[in-house]
Ligand binder design. Structure first.
Ligand code: HEM
Length: 135
């Protein structure tokens, strides 16, 4: 990712953060719609708490894009736990699609082609580390 792309990701994240919980609700609804196989994974999970955890983890990752040495081990641990939850590569693809879609809803006109590209790269990076550690 270029420095400009990291900046775009940080700026757009700040913009959606105030409505983060709503965006996260949209995100989960969308995820379960496009990938029903992800629903059973969350069967015994309190989605209200889960939204907060997801948002916090994403915030940390966005903040950490410039400091990969600190970020990578955290993501590796997270990826190993996700493998234990039963999360597959296909699930990561679905989550990426649902996340970008939710950001688009939250950002409206600020969801530019550049923002989309920057977020796609950021998600590929973050999920790539998690996936790799889970294999
Ligand atoms: C960038 C990608 C992701 C991030 C940042 C993320 C973040 C988190 C965090 C912080 C937790 C709390 C528990 C923990 O720390 O281990 C969690 C739990 C969970 N995640 Fe993710 N996650 C991601 C991708 C996924 C994907 C692709 C799936 C599958 C659809 C998934 C399914 C779950 C489930 C089922 C739990 C709950 C586990 C339980 O409490 O039983 N996550 N996630």
């Amino acid at each position: 990712m270029s420095p400009e792309q990291k900046q775009i990701v940080r700026n757009t994240w700040q913009e959606v953060a105030p409505q983060g919980d709503m965006a996260a609700q949209l995100f989960y609804n969308r995820l379960f719609e496009i990938d029903p196989s992800s629903r059973p994974l969350f069967q015994d999970v309190d989605l209200r708490k889960q939204r907060t955890k997801l948002l916090q983890a994403l915030s940390d990752a966005v903040q950490g894009l410039d400091a990969p040495d600190a970020l990578v081990p955290v993501l590796e641990d997270l990826g190993r736990r996700h493998a234990d939850y039963g999360v597959t590569d296909d699930h990561y693809d679905s989550v990426g699609a649902a996340l970008l879609w939710a950001l688009e809803q939250g950002l409206g006109p600020d969801w530019t082609p550049e923002a989309k590209e920057a977020w796609a790269e950021a998600y590929a990076l973050i999920s790539g580390v998690m996936r790799h550690a889970g294999h």
